[in-house]
Design a protein around this ligand. Structure first.
Ligand SMILES: [Zn+2]
Length: 366
């Protein structure tokens, strides 16, 4: 995503945000905004909230241990994976093979784009539990890494992508139940390629994958539907980015459309924190603020998709440096975030409650 601020620059950034906010709100016509605005009223379903006892299930009997999460899901992504390179291909294979073997429908959106370094091949990965359904909860991350020497991008955005894979694996039984349940809703996981600028961030050198996919989805009718496009079928896109550092903090950027979901995440965060002692302060702050961070949600936001942007702000101190590696991840934070996201997905999709005693079948997949 576009650089917003390092922690040490936070004050300067806040000032800049205020100035930009003034120009955006009072001087610029809305359609010239580069950031889009909230257009669609919330179409998401009601959450089926878990009680404290049910939340405890996620803590007391995790279906996928932290060690397995690290070794089997995250570690293969912790390599240089610049768009159009072999590393990018290998990571794509890792993501696709895990999801295919878990029964997901995989759509690879491959295209070529001109960049400052010539023509590059990009491939978005779209995994859908049931592509014929009319409503989708979308969870998204970007799997490419920035073209910098020795840059792994653990928080940017390997952890986010591993959390998406974790949801597919850890909740497999419940998601399989959803597939066989008569319902309109399904889950879709999007792994964007080409989020990073090849050189310096501009409107054309950045967000290659999300710009391409948003257009493609707005022109693609869902199988079996007369006129409903893939884009219109998105209830909400939850975009995860810059996750994994101890300093992780989220803010509520889209109060009008997804604010109620942000607030529920905040409550889940708080309740799980009380149960686990994994962290001593919450990830979801009470701050409600306009969004000025450019990221993969922007092309979708501009086409009216409700967005929940889960990005750390301020950015992690290791952002776009060679120190953004596994050594600087904070695993209690990662573990906490894994649990929060799983609870949210269970609640949103009304998945069958986990039986704490049930043996997971994840070992058959990994
Ligand atoms: Zn980045």
């Amino acid at each position: 995503m576009r650089r917003a601020a390092r922690p040490c620059e936070a004050h300067r950034e806040i000032y800049k945000k205020l100035v930009l906010g003034f120009f955006k709100v009072f001087l610029l016509p809305q359609k010239t905004s580069a950031y889009g605005k909230e257009k669609k009223s919330p179409s998401g379903g009601l959450l089926k909230e878990l009680n404290k006892q049910q939340l405890m299930c996620f803590i007391s009997s995790p279906s996928l241990s932290l060690a397995t999460f690290r070794d089997k899901l995250l570690a293969p992504i912790l390599v240089e994976r610049v768009s159009g390179t072999y590393g990018n291909y290998i990571v794509r294979q890792h993501i696709v093979s895990i999801l295919r073997s878990s029964g997901w429908h995989i759509d690879l959106d491959t295209f070529y784009s001109t960049t400052p370094d010539g023509i590059v091949e990009f491939t978005n990965i779209i995994a859908t539990l049931d592509p014929t359904r009319k409503r989708r909860l979308v969870l998204a991350c970007h799997y490419d890494s920035k073209k910098l020497v020795n840059f792994i991008g653990a928080t940017d955005s390997a952890v986010s992508c591993a959390i998406l894979l974790d949801i597919a694996i850890s909740l497999k039984q419940q998601l399989d139940n959803l597939k066989s349940r008569a319902d309109d809703i399904t889950l879709q996981l999007i792994f964007f390629d080409g989020e990073e600028a090849i050189r310096d961030w501009t409107s054309t050198d950045s967000l290659y994958g999300s710009r391409h996919l948003a257009m493609r989805m707005s022109n693609t009718i869902i199988q079996g539907q007369r006129s409903l496009t893939e884009l219109q079928a998105i209830d909400m896109m939850v975009l995860l980015d810059l996750i994994g550092a101890e300093t992780l903090q989220f803010q509520n950027y889209f109060q009008q459309t997804t604010g109620s979901y942000y607030n529920r995440l905040r409550t889940i965060d708080y309740e799980l924190m009380k149960l686990t002692n994994d962290r001593s302060w919450p990830l979801f702050t009470s701050s409600v603020t306009p969004s000025y961070i450019m990221d993969d949600h922007v092309p979708f936001l501009q086409l009216g998709v409700p967005i929940l942007h889960l990005i750390s702000y301020p950015f992690p101190g290791v952002w776009h440096t060679s120190h953004d590696n596994e050594e600087n991840l904070d695993y209690p934070t990662v573990q906490h975030m894994r649990n929060i996201m799983k609870v949210f997905v269970v609640e949103y999709l009304h998945l069958k409650q986990i039986n704490c005693q049930e043996t997971s079948i994840f070992h058959l997949i990994l």
